[in-house]
Design a protein around this ligand. Structure first.
Ligand SMILES: C[S@@+](CC[C@H](N)C(=O)[O-])C[C@H]1O[C@@H](n2cnc3c(N)ncnc32)[C@H](O)[C@@H]1O
Length: 223
């Protein structure tokens, strides 16, 4: 318990002090290794992520949805690495005008198509099978969200540049991320790309934490 508290203290302190995170980071020279699609497919089939739909696992989704809707009422949201679209459960209360979820795991998309069948029928929701590093659409959105997945999508700069054409003028990038030192490097990169509109940390009773943030990239059209 004392170790967990110490770790949380270091993670929180390193939010604004990247050097501190680097100091205490284990295996700092090794990159984050993205899991292959086969691993995600198997885990979705085995129901590993069913727990993500539980209420106590979705505080970060609810906060991000509220923060987005506060700034962009009836938001249009593109979620990359959307899994089965559980984030939409939090967005629903804010009457989003559009939600497109993209994931490269076919079983995740199948689960999402069932979960969000009613909203798909109305044309508000779409769930698409695709690689989040290369997905393309002509649609534009208020926010492009990376929730619990940005560490699987490679370098931040090219990723944000890739989705910049899909942002409406003044649009933003939404992020949720499990608080840990190595992924925080990605947050520091994202922060450096524009203006931080919102940044918060949700601490869980069992000792973990989520970073929830919205950034307006300087490359957004109209900025
Ligand atoms: C921990 S889950 C998060 C799901 C959802 N965003 C949420 O917050 O509940 C991470 C998701 O990222 C997806 N993912 C990982 N790499 C991806 C890639 N290259 N392209 C698209 N999706 C990817 C996985 O299939 C998985 O559904």
């Amino acid at each position: 318990m004392a170790y967990l508290r110490w770790r949380r203290f270091v993670e929180l302190a390193s939010l604004d002090r990247p050097w501190l995170g680097e100091l205490f980071m284990r295996k700092r020279d090794q990159p984050i290794v993205a899991a292959p699609v086969e691993t995600w497919d198997r885990e979705y089939r085995e129901g590993v992520y069913d727990r993500l739909a539980r209420s106590e696992q979705r505080h970060h989704h609810r906060l991000l949805a509220a923060v987005i809707a506060d700034r962009w009422p009836n938001p249009r949201v593109l979620e990359i690495g959307a899994g089965e679209g559980v984030l939409f459960e939090a967005l629903r209360a804010h009457a989003p005008a559009r939600y497109v979820g993209v994931d490269f795991s076919a079983p995740a998309i199948e689960l999402g198509l069932t979960r969000l069948a009613a909203e798909r029928a109305t044309g508000v929701v779409d769930l698409v099978l695709g690689d989040g590093r290369a997905f393309r659409t002509d649609e534009t959105f208020d926010v492009v969200v990376f929730s619990e997945c940005v560490e699987h999508l490679g370098e931040i700069e090219p990723l944000i540049a890739h989705y910049a054409p899909n942002l409406k003028p003044g649009g933003g990038v939404g992020l949720t991320m499990w608080l840990a030192l190595k992924p925080l490097r990605l947050w520091h990169c994202l922060k450096a790309l524009g203006e931080v509109l919102d940044e918060a940390v949700i601490n869980t009773p069992w000792g973990g934490g989520w970073l929830v943030a919205v950034v307006r990239p300087a490359s957004t059209p109209g900025v």
